[in-house]
Write a protein that binds this ligand. Sequence first.
Ligand code: 6GU
Length: 473
Amino acid sequence: MRIDVVTIFPDYLKVLDLSLVGRAADRGTLDLHVHDLRDHAHDRHRTVDDTPLGGGAGMVMKPDVWGEALDDVLAVDAPAERRQVLIIPTPSGEVFTQRTAEDLAGADSLVLACGRYEGIDTRVPEHYASRGIEVRELSIGDYVLNGGEAAAVVMIEAIARLLPGVLGNPESLVEESHGAAGLLEYPVYTRPTRWRDLEVDPVLLSGDHARIARTRRDQAIARTVSRRPDMIANLDAAHLDREDRAMLATMGWAVPVGAGRPVPVRIRAATDSDAEALADLAARTFPDACEHVIAPEFIAKHVTTNLVPGLFRTWAADDRVDLVVAELLAPLPSSQASSGTEPIGASAGPDLVGYAAVLREEPDAAGELPRGIDPRPACVQSRHGQVVGELSKVYIDSSMRGSGLTPALMSTVMQQAAGHGVNLFWLGTHVTNKRAQKAYKRAGFRQAGTRTYNVGGQDAHDVVMIRRTGEGL
Ligand code: 6GU
């Protein structure tokens, strides 16, 4: 690639002779030429600027001087198959990104016109564009430099390292920040493994390549969520696997069904004021769990007698109940909104799309267990000192299936309950609901037996699953 730079400070570009760009030039991959703009000024003072027409601060660079300089370096009648780009670094340009660098690395030659002062007369880019030259006015970020030289150095380095043979190890282009994944790069470590009391994650020393890859991916996601939420909002959901989604959901981003991008959610403890929204959510999600196996009238009866706002109000007030909700922080595009009985957003309440509860098996002062707790099935044996909690249960709005909210709610509620002493979790789920059983299995549950469960007056057959805290996932 040939690069020409026109500037009033040719020495500024000498930094490019150092480092990898210099080596690329030595090898012939890059043919860099720097020209002094003042060679094209013809008065005694070699003037390149003048006061702005219409008044105002600063000086503007003269179009006649620039025109002569650029006519000299631009190959005006170059063959059409050679791509030549005129780049004008300016804070009022389009933002130069890794995508821009990748695009420009495909050109045959670049000419960078570095302005100083308030910029170059606007007719200069206009003129060359009208002559069929590809002109790009580019900014390297939202701040102002005194001239385009530093920006030109930045752009040339970003472009040159993408040219074939410039980087020693092209592999390092694959996983870096702002690469195709749309995430920042994961944190990196080297020896010593323990430095000033700081240890590295032992997974990195395990030699287990799949686990290392997973850990790094989770770290890249975590870092991007905290530093660049704008990048998370733009992630292409098609590139997110189940574990990515679970990680994102724990960190406040979920991918709705059919959506191309994650949306912000908050996973938090439920309060009294969630009771109505929770009852609505329960009414539209409970049937999903047993729709095809229990008659609709039994389901309806169960919902209207049990899953009432009063139940959720009682749970929110009971410290033996850990009740966690997932709240949508921005409305979904209407095509993805759930088609429940209550239109979402019609009420003033929170937009809840999921909940999970753990009911701790512990009598209160009156000897009563938490409201709505199921009798513990015989197959759930607690040893001395074990504190039993019923995971009751993880319900997700149909618009959020596969969004990552299920594992995120599950791990949040179980962590919270574990903090309140629960170390043996159990749950019952209908024998035919394989989707739920799979999800619980992934969360570390295993089948312990079965139970018969009464839904609105009809017996249902449930699989009983258990998980002890500390049991590996
Ligand atoms: Cl390309 N030029 C100048 N002068 N300032 C800038 C810039 C360019 N990009 C950000 N700030």
